[in-house]
Structures are given as structure tokens and as C-alpha cells.
Write a protein that binds this ligand. Structure first.
Ligand SMILES: Cc1ncc(COP(=O)(O)O)c(C=O)c1O
Length: 470
């Protein structure tokens, strides 16, 4: 009889039925289970391994449908006679053997983690009700892939929202729904840019879009950022003939500064004169705690040079993977041609977001979060000031959902962030976002998931302890 390993299944990153499936496949591949070997009944294996019968049944069904096992009715289930040496040629990799980076638990998050909205404050009940209603009402038409530009009611809701909240006048036809901000960049890349095109990139700037753009063959010119945002004159000096500029004008990512009005106008003039594209990444403008927001570049764009990108990652949640892009009217055709090739986003979630917006939940949620984030931001800043005193400086920024704290010590931010990460604190080093190593040492920390002053103090004291130990 077989020599199946009956030790407990312990990989926390893989469902049990799948671990059991792989254990069988490994046993077959390595010859521990030979063709014709009888495998235990579902009931006896479940009891021996202390598993639910349904779990074992699911694994057996997978193995049977893939031809590894054959069910012979009352005679039991056996390893298929076709499972000879060939299937041992490429034994499946154990998940535990993969490098650590593949084993990040997607469901985990840390209170200081950058980029996350308050996950505890998301109106799940409303969301589940709306999504449930959509699912129950699903008809055959909803099973067809739908308009690749995006679900029309959602594009309408986005256009209406932008008109009211950002002063952007656009038609639903100008709005394209994408798979996150990177989806919007990909759409731009395929519609307007060529491999090897040069673009300005804020320095320091959003790490993930930099990596993405470089990955798809763009040549990025780092343009310094100061207290007034990206230095447009420097950009013109460094790469006056660039094809595009990627900008976060509302809260520069990661420094949080706002692009001054004179620079906004200079940037628009430059784009118009050089027929360059401005990619405006307006990723978290909803969250502002004092002062009046400056209008987005898109609202000042009279020559059709701005591509405006917004995302649902901060106002709803990043796992949705939904964002949008507003393109100049005269470019609609080009973008349509591209998105038909790239494919649209899942219809079901778009429909649920459209309902959420149309029924007023979206506006209510943003309003609530604005006040919650003001409180949570205060928790973190107070804790940092109290625990670090003069060794850390936190500039006052008007908005965003993270803080940048400058370090006044000889220790490099990368060393502190690495030690903090190793000890379970999800902070990031500013230097990682900087291509020319000109930024002062600083740490980036999210605050949206800091629920209490005590939690803020615990996190910050932990960070301080790590710093002192280095
Ligand atoms: C600067 C910046 N832009 C855009 C995004 C949105 O990215 P996505 O829509 O892919 O989640 C983020 C999210 O963290 C961000 O920090």
C-alpha cells in the first residue's frame, strides 16, 4: 500500500485541499505512490489526517479529473496506470521552497502600511448588499464581457463625480475604466507612446509607476521636487523635448507638497508648446485636511494635453483594482482602439461601484473618511513628535493618507526601514523613491489604519526601539 506522508499540512499560504493535492502529486511524481496503488478512502484519510471530508473530497476530485487517480467504485480509488516515470520528470515545486517574496500573505496588512485606506471603516455591509443584489440579478447579458471602455453607468458616475468634486468637465466617453493606475499607464503607453520615449518623472516619485514605465521601455528623466512640487524649469533644462511628464500635483508622491499654481501653468505651457503629454496622477486628492485644494491640471487644460488618472484604491480599497483615465476629447478614438486590444475590467465590480456611487454611498464614505483620517493622522504625528522629539521632523502637509517623517540622525533611512520591516513594521525609506540620492533621510508611514492613540504610540515606540538598537 501507499506511503503517503500523513503529517499535518502546515503551509499557511495555501488552502488545505490544495496542499493535499500537491502532496499526492509529489508522492506520485517521486514514486512513493506507484501506478495501481490504492489510495485511502476519503473517510479514512480525513480521519487519519484530522481533516474535513469535504476537503479530502475536493483534492480527490481534482486528482481524478486531472487523471492522476482513478475511481473504481467499490474497489476504491487507485493511482492511474499512466502515472509512470514521465510525470516525475518535472516534480512540482513545493510552495515552501519558493523564495520569500512569493510567500507574502496577501490577506495581511500592518497599521503603518503605505497606500492603504482604513480597512476597518469600509462600509462592508452596504457593499455586500449592493454586490449581492447585483449578483442575484445577474442575467445572460451580464455574462458577456461588456463595453471595454468601461461599464457605461460607471463612466457616467465618474464624470459626474469629477465635475462636482474636481471641477473637471468631461463626458462619459472621455472616461476609460482600467485595472488600477497601472492599467491606465498601460493604456496611455499603447495609445500615445513609443518604446524609448523620454518622460519627466518626479524625483523622488511614486516607486511603482516609475518601475512600470521603465519596464515598458520608457526612458525617464528624474526631475527634482522641492517645496513647490516638480521643478518645471529644471525639467525643461534636463529634457525639454520629452514626450510626457508624470505628475502628482495635488499631494506629490511621496513628499506630500502641492504643485504651485505658477508651476502648473508653466507645465501646461510647456506641454502645449512641445505637444507633450501630462499624465496627472490624482490618486488621493479626496483627503485634504486644511486649506483649499488647488484645481487639478486637467481643469486648467485648454489645449488637450492632460491625461487625468484617478483610482478607487484609496477611496474604496486597492483589492478592487479599479481606476479610471480621462482623456482629451480628440484622443478618444485612439484610446478606444487600444482598450479593445487590451480588454476591459470585470463588469461585476464596475456595476457594484456604479451603484455605490449613484446611491450616494461613495460621497458619504469619502466625507466620513476625511474626518476619520484627520483624527488618525493626528494620532500618528503626535506619537512621532512625542517619542522621537528633535530627532525626527514631520512637515505639516495639507492632505494624503501617509506622512513623511524626516530623520535627523546619521543612520540611513534604508537601514532603519530594513530593520523595522524585519521586525514587522511596514515603514518605507524615502531614499527608495529617489533616483539621485538627493533627498534627506526620511520614513514614509501610512496612518489610515492607526485606530487609536495607543496603537500609534505602540508602533512608534517599537520603531524608536529599533532605531536605538542600530
Ligand atoms: C502615487 C500613487 N498613484 C496611484 C496609485 C494607485 O494605484 P492603483 O490604482 O494601481 O492601486 C497609488 C496607490 O498607492 C499611488 O500611491
Amino acid at each position: 500500500m501507499n506511503v503517503l506522508d500523513l503529517r499535518p499540512l502546515t503551509d499557511p499560504d495555501m488552502p488545505i485541499y490544495l496542499q493535499l493535492y500537491w502532496r499526492f502529486r509529489n508522492a506520485i511524481a517521486t514514486g512513493k505512490l506507484a501506478p495501481g496503488d490504492r489510495v485511502p478512502s476519503i473517510r479514512s484519510l480525513a480521519s487519519e489526517m484530522n481533516l474535513a471530508r469535504g476537503t479530502v473530497e475536493t483534492s480527490y476530485q481534482m486528482l481524478t479529473s486531472e487523471g492522476y487517480l482513478i475511481a473504481r467504485g467499490p474497489a476504491g480509488t487507485v493511482v492511474s496506470p499512466w502515472c509512470d516515470g514521465r510525470i516525475g520528470a518535472t516534480p512540482p515545486i513545493e510552495l515552501s521552497a519558493l523564495p520569500q517574496v512569493h510567500r507574502v500573505r496577501l490577506s495581511e496588512f500592518q497599521p503603518l502600511q503605505l497606500g492603504l485606506p482604513a480597512l476597518d471603516a469600509f462600509p462592508r455591509k452596504t457593499w455586500v448588499r449592493l454586490a449581492g443584489r447585483r449578483l442575484r440579478g445577474m442575467n445572460a447579458g451580464d455574462m458577456v464581457s461588456g463595453d471595454p471602455n468601461g461599464y457605461e453607468p460607471l463612466r457616467r458616475a465618474i464624470a459626474a463625480y469629477l465635475a462636482v468634486s474636481r471641477g473637471i468637465a468631461c463626458t462619459p466617453e472621455q472616461v476609460f475604466v482600467t485595472a488600477g493606475y497601472r492599467g491606465a499607464l498601460e493604456l496611455i503607453r499603447h495609445s500615445l507612446l513609443q518604446t524609448g520615449d523620454t518622460g519627466w518623472f518626479e524625483d523622488p516619485g511614486y516607486l511603482h509607476s516609475r518601475r512600470f514605465l521603465e519596464h515598458v521601455g520608457m526612458l525617464l528623466t528624474p526631475v527634482p521636487v522641492d517645496e513647490n512640487g516638480i521643478d518645471v524649469e529644471a525639467g525643461q533644462r534636463l529634457a525639454g523635448n520629452a514626450r510626457f511628464a508624470v505628475i502628482t500635483p495635488t499631494h506629490q508622491s511621496p513628499t506630500g507638497v502641492a504643485l504651485s499654481l505658477p508651476r502648473r501653468l508653466a507645465l501646461l505651457d510647456w506641454a502645449q508648446a512641445h505637444r507633450a503629454w501630462i499624465i496627472e496622477d490624482d490618486y488621493d486628492s479626496e483627503f485634504r485636511y486644511h486649506g483649499r485644494p488647488l484645481p487639478p491640471l486637467k481643469s486648467l487644460d485648454h489645449s488637450g494635453r492632460v491625461l487625468y488618472a484617478g483610482t478607487f484604491s484609496k477611496v474604496l480599497y486597492p483589492g478592487l483594482r479599479l481606476a479610471y483615465l480621462v482623456v482629451p476629447e480628440k484622443e478618444i478614438g485612439r484610446f478606444r482602439n487600444t482598450i479593445v486590444q487590451l480588454g476591459g475590467s470585470p463588469l461585476f465590480f464596475q456595476a457594484a461601484v456604479a451603484d455605490f456611487m449613484e446611491q450616494g454611498h461613495f460621497a458619504r464614505h469619502i466625507k466620513k473618511m476625511r474626518s476619520l483620517y484627520a483624527t488618525r493622522r493626528e494620532y500618528l504625528i503626535r506619537a512621532l513628535t512625542q517619542v522621537f522629539d528633535e530627532t525626527m521632523q514631520v512637515p505639516d502637509r495639507a492632505g494624503g493618507i501617509h506622512v513623511l517623517a524626516y530623520l535627523k540622525s546619521k543612520l540611513s533611512d534604508a537601514a532603519l526601514a530594513a530593520a523595522a520591516n524585519a521586525d514587522g513594521l511596514a515603514v518605507m525609506a524615502l531614499s527608495e523613491w529617489d533616483t539621485r540620492s538627493r533627498s534627506p533621510a526620511g520614513l514614509l508611514m501610512g496612518f489610515a489604519n492607526i485606530a487609536t492613540p495607543t496603537q500609534a504610540l505602540d508602533q512608534v515606540r517599537h520603531l524608536r526601539k529599533i532605531q536605538k538598537s542600530l
